[in-house]
Design a binder for this molecule. Structure first.
Ligand SMILES: [Zn+2]
Ligand SMILES: [Zn+2]
Length: 128
C-alpha cells in the first residue's frame, strides 16, 4: 500500500490526500488568543513584538489550507484541540430540510425554521 508522510509529524500514513491548515492547532497560542479575547489590537499593544509576531504567524498558517496527508494520531489530536478552542456547537449549519423543502439553518441537526414553527404552534398566544 502506498504511504505518504504526515505533513505535521512526518510519520508514515496510508491516509488519503486532503486539504489541511499548514499547522496543527497549538495550545499555547490558542490560550494567548483566548486571554486577549481575540482582540488583535490589544495583543499588538500589550505583547512583546516577538510574541505578537509568532502569534500572527501561527494564525496565518492556521488559516492557510494546503494539500497533504495527516496521520491518525495528528488528526485525533487536532480535532480534540479544535473542539476545545473552536467549539462550533452554537453555530448554524446550512442544510437541506425535507419539511421546508429548502436550505435552512440547522442547529445540532435540527432545522431552525421547523423548530420555530413548532414553538409558535405550542405557544400561540404570547402575552407581548
Ligand atoms: Zn502526524
Ligand atoms: Zn425545516
Amino acid at each position: 500500500m502506498k504511504t505518504n508522510k504526515c505533513k505535521y509529524c512526518g510519520a508514515e500514513t496510508t491516509n488519503a490526500l486532503a486539504f489541511f491548515p499548514m499547522t496543527l492547532i497549538i495550545k499555547n497560542y490558542e490560550e494567548q488568543k483566548l486571554l486577549y479575547n481575540n482582540d488583535w489590537e490589544r495583543m499588538e499593544k500589550e505583547m512583546s513584538p516577538e510574541e505578537f509576531d509568532a502569534l500572527m504567524f501561527y494564525d496565518q498558517l492556521l488559516n492557510t489550507i494546503e494539500k497533504g496527508c495527516v496521520c491518525n494520531e495528528c488528526s485525533e489530536k487536532d480535532s480534540e484541540l479544535y473542539n476545545k478552542y473552536y467549539d462550533t456547537s452554537d453555530e448554524f449549519e446550512l442544510m437541506y430540510c425535507d419539511k421546508c423543502i429548502q436550505m435552512t439553518n440547522h442547529l445540532n441537526g435540527v432545522c431552525q425554521k421547523c423548530a420555530k414553527l413548532k414553538d409558535d404552534l405550542e405557544e400561540p398566544d404570547l402575552p407581548f
